[in-house]
Ligand binder design. Structure first.
Ligand SMILES: [Zn+2]
Length: 185
């Protein structure tokens, strides 16, 4: 997935740690983390968006003649994808990979792109001292049914299979395998 979760600094925070090869995280593992965290940024509590859903939505709109839409951009810039720039979903390592953080579900948190970029490879203690986005708090409680727009992704993907790349087909398979029984085919 080409999103800001891939944006990571090579800075070592002053700690000499041998570089480890980073493999893409399995899609099911990523979805498990997002779902466990209710698609809310662990750091600022904002609801995050599954960026492939916005990509398909944009392609769908463009194929219907809406050629000037700014829902998705591979680099998620504010200019070309302002909402994703704020709320795109990313996976954060609590303990940075480059500092030896484990590649296990417990070491992952859902993050918005803004917090992900700010946190970057920072050591946890340093990140705790940095200025963060002010966390959001709901007057009537936290969302329990927010899905990051993954249902929208499934809907568009199944209606327009020709729009899908191999990666999106993999996302669709992973999402459908996780669908609640009530929505199963
Ligand atoms: Zn955040």
């Amino acid at each position: 997935m080409a999103d800001k979760s891939a944006v990571e600094s090579s800075k070592q925070e002053g700690i000499a740690v041998p570089r480890r090869k980073r493999r893409p995280l399995p899609k099911t593992l990523q979805l498990n983390v997002y779902r466990r965290d209710n698609w809310l940024c662990y750091w600022c509590k904002r609801a995050v968006i599954f960026s492939p859903a916005f990509k398909l939505l944009q392609l769908d709109l463009q194929s219907s003649g809406f050629d000037k839409v700014a829902y998705y951009h591979p680099h998620g810039t504010r200019r070309d994808a302002p909402l994703l720039d704020e709320l795109g979903a990313a996976i954060d390592h609590v303990h940075a990979f480059s500092s030896g953080g484990a590649c296990s579900e417990e070491n992952f948190r859902t993050s918005c792109w803004k917090c992900n970029v700010r946190k970057n490879d920072a050591a946890v203690q340093k990140w705790e001292q940095r200025e963060k986005r002010s966390p959001i708090k709901g007057k009537y409680g936290e969302p329990t049914h927010w899905d990051g727009l993954t249902s929208l992704f499934i809907l568009i993907a199944e209606r327009n299979p020709s729009l899908l790349t191999d990666t999106e087909r993999d996302w669709l398979s992973a999402l459908k395998a996780m669908r609640p029984c009530s929505l199963a085919d």
